[in-house]
Design a protein. Structure first.
Length: 252
């Protein structure tokens, strides 16, 4: 018998981001696997627990916390560092599913944002399935992305009329603003990218979107970069972590 596993997108932080589909899926699950990333990021696990308390209509479900391994510094080999981390996570997932999820039960991972966008859960589960040993039936429930939350909070359309939008990472943007795109959404930035952008751009920035400590800044990049960096530092110092994303658009 296959173990059934739900991978549920829970939005960018606001419990109201949960869709009806996500709430129905959560009420089908009996075991929820809750990642813990140390005391500094306990807020992320706490929000997952609070979402379960708010939306699950029975008291028979079980929370299974697990420690997340720290990914080694990438250096010049980002791909190898990520691959090593995925291998470690696949081992953890395998042990969790084998020991904590009976074959007649439904398990769930609650994924920040949407499972298809810059999240590794699905890749790790695919890796685990390819290794054999566990027969998994995985169902994915989409969620509100940080991109949607960002442009909604700023009250702007994502794209210019008839123009594409590139979704990329801070690491990629440090090599230069792409020539074939005038708009780029940047995720997974460690705070080192904005100073490296040479183009004259407007920016719409948001940190910890949907949470009480949310911060928003917009304007001409060269005019607001100091404020963004100060806000980013303040959020990290207060919360122990910061998740930010931003839209850059060339000025014409």
């Amino acid at each position: 018998m296959k173990r059934r596993l739900l991978v549920i997108g829970i939005g960018a932080g606001d419990p109201d981001h949960l869709t009806v589909q996500a709430i129905k899926a959560m009420n089908r699950a009996q075991v929820f696997f809750i990642p813990e990333k140390g005391a500094e990021k306990d807020g992320l696990a706490r929000i997952r627990r609070e979402i379960c308390e708010q939306f699950i209509e029975n008291d028979t479900y079980r929370l299974v916390p697990f420690a997340m391994p720290v990914r080694r510094a990438a250096g010049d080999s980002y791909g190898a560092a990520v691959d090593d981390w995925h291998a470690a996570m696949a081992g953890i997932y395998g042990r969790l599913l084998a020991h904590e999820l009976d074959e007649d039960r439904v398990g769930a991972f609650l994924v920040w944002g949407d499972p298809m966008l810059y999240d590794s859960t699905l890749r790790i589960l695919d890796r685990l399935k390819s290794q054999g040993g566990l027969d998994l039936a995985v169902e994915v429930v989409p969620g509100i992305t940080a991109i949607q939350a960002l442009v909604a909070r700023h009250g702007i359309p994502l794209n210019a009329i008839g123009e594409p939008v590139l979704v990329t990472t801070g690491r990629q943007l440090r090599d230069g603003f792409p020539r074939d795109a005038d708009s780029a959404v940047v995720m997974l930035d460690n705070g080192e990218t904005l100073r490296a952008v040479a183009e004259d751009c407007d920016i719409w920035w948001g940190a910890n979107l949907g949470l009480p400590e949310e911060m928003l800044v917009s304007g001409r990049l060269r005019d607001v970069v100091d404020r963004i960096e100060a806000n980013r530092k303040e959020t990290r110092e207060k919360q122990g972590w910061v998740m930010d994303t931003y839209l850059l658009r060339r000025r014409k």
